[in-house]
Design a protein around this ligand. Structure first.
Ligand SMILES: [Zn+2]
Ligand SMILES: [Zn+2]
Length: 351
C-alpha cells in the first residue's frame, strides 16, 4: 500500500443551505474496507433538496459528510482485502443492502429493511465500509471517463424505474420534468426505440431532451393544468406510459390525468412529506390505470447503468454542464437551483 494521506478536505452539510469545508484526518481502511481517492463527484437533484431542507430523514443526518454520486481510484485496502486491488477505478453506490432480509432475497434490495447509506462524495477521499466494498462497489470499464461514471447512481435509479414499468413493444411515453433524471429517462427510452415526449418549463432542457432522443419536447408548467395538452400531444387517447420526474404533487396529478386508458403511470419523483395528490377515481378504475412508485436502485440496475455509460450511446455527458472545485459545492447547488446548470461535476482533488 502506497503512502496514504494524513488529512483530507471534505464538505459537511450542517443544516439548511449551510455546508462547511473541513480538513479532517484521512481514514485508514480496516479489514475488508477500501480507501478511495475521489476523482469526480456529481451534484444531484436529491443533493439540492437535501441542501435546501438541511438533511434527509433516511439518507443523511446532519452534521455529516455530503455528496453521494462519485467515481474514483482505490488507493488503500484494509487487510485482508476482498478482491479489490490498488489503482482500480471504481464507482461506489450510495447504499448497500443487507443481503439477508426478505426484500433482498427477492431481488428488491432497494426496499431492504436494513439498507445502509453512504455519503461523502464531496471529499478528497472516501472510506468504503466493508458492506459497501463487498456489495456496492463496481469496477469502471477502461475507456469510461470517471466524471461520466459518477452518473451511474442516478442512471441506476432511472433503470430501476423503467424496470417496474411493463413494456410490450414500442410505446408512447410522456416524461414530465426535464431535470437530469427526466432527461435520462428520455435518453434510455429513446435509445430503446420508444416515442418519448418530455415537458418542462425550461426551454434549454427541452433542447437537451431532443438531442438525447425525445421525439418531441414542449414547455409546460408543473401545476397539473397541462394534462389536456400532454394528452393531446399523443393524439386522441394520451400516452401509454407517463413518467413523473419532478417530485411535485401537481405533476403527479398531471400524470394521472394524462395517461391513456389501460396505461401506466410511474410516480418517480419523491414529494415532500405530508403532501397529497388528487386523482380521478372513475378513470383509475374504469380505465384500468396502473400506478407504480419507484425508489432508489438495486445492484442489478447499477450494473446496467455502468454498461449503458460504457456503451456511450447516447452520450450523457451533455448533462454535466459545469465543473466546480470542492470549495464551490454551494455555488454549484445554487446554480442548479436557479436552473443555470443541469448537473455539475465536482473535482475534489486540488490541481
Ligand atoms: Zn443522486
Ligand atoms: Zn436487506
Amino acid at each position: 500500500m502506497g503512502a496514504l494521506p494524513r488529512a483530507h478536505r471534505a464538505v459537511y452539510l450542517l443544516g439548511p443551505r449551510t455546508t462547511q469545508l473541513r480538513t479532517v484526518p484521512a481514514p485508514r481502511p480496516a479489514e475488508g474496507e477500501l480507501l478511495v481517492r475521489i476523482e469526480a463527484a456529481a451534484t444531484c437533484g436529491t443533493d439540492l433538496k437535501v441542501w435546501q431542507r438541511g438533511g434527509h430523514p433516511r439518507m443523511l443526518q446532519v452534521p455529516g459528510p455530503f455528496g453521494h454520486e462519485m467515481a474514483g481510484t482505490v488507493v488503500g485496502l484494509g487487510e485482508p482485502s476482498n478482491g479489490w486491488t490498488e489503482g482500480e477505478r471504481v464507482v461506489v453506490a450510495n447504499s448497500a443492502p443487507c443481503g439477508t432480509c426478505a426484500a433482498c432475497r427477492s431481488g428488491r434490495e432497494n426496499l431492504c429493511s436494513g439498507l445502509a447509506y453512504l455519503n461523502g462524495a464531496y471529499g478528497e477521499y472516501l472510506l468504503v465500509p466493508r458492506r459497501f466494498a463487498e456489495r456496492s462497489t463496481y469496477a469502471v470499464p477502461s475507456g469510461l471517463d470517471l466524471a461520466l461514471a459518477a452518473l451511474a447512481e442516478p442512471l441506476a435509479c432511472v433503470l430501476h424505474g423503467i424496470g417496474v414499468c411493463h413494456f410490450s413493444g414500442r410505446e408512447t411515453v410522456a416524461v414530465i420534468g426535464g431535470g437530469p433524471i427526466g432527461l435520462m429517462f428520455a435518453a434510455v427510452l429513446g435509445a430503446g426505440g420508444h416515442d418519448v415526449v418530455l415537458t418542462d418549463p425550461n426551454a434549454r432542457r427541452l433542447a437537451v431532451a431532443r438531442r438525447l432522443g425525445a421525439v418531441d419536447a414542449f414547455e409546460a408548467s408543473r401545476d397539473g393544468r397541462d394534462a389536456v395538452r400532454l394528452s393531446e400531444a399523443f393524439g386522441a387517447t394520451g400516452p401509454e406510459i407517463v413518467i413523473e420526474a419532478t417530485g411535485a404533487p401537481g405533476a403527479w396529478e398531471t400524470a394521472l390525468a394524462a395517461v391513456a386508458p389501460g396505461g401506466q403511470v410511474l410516480l418517480f419523483g419523491g414529494c415532500a412529506p405530508g403532501t397529497v395528490a388528487a386523482c380521478d377515481t372513475h378513470k383509475l378504475h374504469y380505465s384500468e390505470i396502473t400506478v407504480r412508485g419507484a425508489y432508489h436502485h438495486t445492484p442489478a440496475a447499477l450494473r446496467g447503468a455502468i454498461a449503458f455509460l460504457a456503451d456511450g450511446v447516447p452520450d450523457l455527458s451533455i448533462l454535466l454542464d459545469a465543473v466546480y472545485p470542492l470549495e464551490k459545492v454551494q455555488d454549484a447547488l445554487a446554480a442548479m437551483e436557479a436552473r443555470r446548470i443541469l448537473k455539475a461535476t465536482i473535482r475534489p482533488q486540488p490541481r
